[in-house]
Write a protein that binds this ligand. Structure first.
Ligand code: SF4
Length: 148
């Protein structure tokens, strides 16, 4: 991990962070690489989280198997940037970008706090029974959570 100012996220906004700080917020859970579906609009909108993973995701480590080529291989792969911050509502509720955007603290298992790269797995934050989307016919069978 780069040489970061301790607890920088507590006094810097997301927009004020430098690139190293921005990157360090990602806990590596891989949950943003699982498919989500949005149903309805406005107050009736529902966001379905599934355990269906992008075909490029390594289900064990939560890492992309083709990181450098991911945008060519998966055209809908989204890079999280300061520009698309307002769209981060689809991110999982444990994601540091979403938490900070919503004015919430980082969880105690976050690697920036534990200084342990295994703490995410140890806290059972990762999706443990993922399936690649190429194996799936009916995505509705693989819904693990719904946010209204
Ligand atoms: S969900 Fe958030 S914390 Fe997890 S891998 Fe994606 S960007 Fe990183």
């Amino acid at each position: 991990m780069a040489d970061l100012e301790p607890y920088f996220w507590q006094h810097k906004s997301l927009l004020e962070m430098n690139e190293a700080e921005w990157e360090a917020l990602c806990d590596g859970c891989g949950k943003c690489c699982y498919r989500k579906y949005i149903e309805g609009r406005g107050k009736r909108q529902k966001l379905y989280y599934t355990r269906i993973a992008c075909n490029l995701l390594d289900l064990e480590t939560g890492k992309c198997g083709q990181y450098s080529k991911r945008f060519q291989l998966e055209p809908d792969c989204t890079k999280l940037t300061k520009k698309n911050l307002p769209d981060f509502r689809w991110l999982p509720t444990t994601c540091a970008y979403r938490l900070l955007y919503e004015g919430k603290p980082l969880p105690e298992w976050h690697p920036l706090i534990t200084h342990n790269t295994h703490s995410v797995k140890q806290a059972n934050i990762m999706i443990s029974n993922g399936i690649h989307e190429k194996e799936v016919i009916d995505w509705f069978e693989f819904v693990i959570d719904v946010e209204k």
